[in-house]
Design a protein around this ligand. Structure first.
Ligand code: SF4
Length: 138
């Protein structure tokens, strides 16, 4: 489909700058594969944080290993790169230590298998910790 008006990259960059969404992004460019779902997850998280006006200094992104582990490096928030299958318990611990923080755990589908008991604790606890995951294609 051909747009009615030409779209210029400079205009798009200006639009993004003015939206305030770049405040949540670090200067590191993502190194995920082209088309990887983590781009969409990053964009969705940034949109949610922007819309909810959650300050970067009140946000903690916690990751495990694998491609998901890079998530905190691409965000200008606090971040914690943890161990294999341990994003959820660390995120839960951060929330227990300071329940005013917005804590998001990011992991590949593996924690659903490796850390089933952690998932049960996180889901059944009263702590509102968010969990982003992708399904394993293997
Ligand atoms: S999860 Fe990792 S290997 Fe798979 S598409 Fe994303 S960056 Fe590439």
């Amino acid at each position: 489909m051909i747009p009615e008006q030409p779209v210029y990259l400079e205009d798009k960059v200006d639009e993004i700058r003015q939206s305030g969404r770049l405040a949540y992004r670090s200067t590191a460019l993502p190194t995920w594969c082209p088309g990887c779902g983590y781009y969409s997850m990053t964009e969705g998280l940034v949109n949610a944080l922007t819309e909810l006006r959650i300050k970067t200094e009140d946000t903690v992104i916690v990751s495990g290993i694998g491609c998901a582990s890079r998530f905190p490096f691409f965000m200008d928030t606090y971040g914690f790169h943890t161990l294999h299958g341990r994003a959820l318990p660390v995120a839960t611990g951060v929330k227990v230590a300071n329940d005013k923080l917005t804590v998001v755990a990011v992991a590949m589908g593996l924690p659903l298998v490796v850390a089933t008991s952690h998932m049960r604790l996180a889901v059944t606890s009263i702590l509102p910790t968010s969990f982003l995951t992708t399904a394993s294609m293997a």
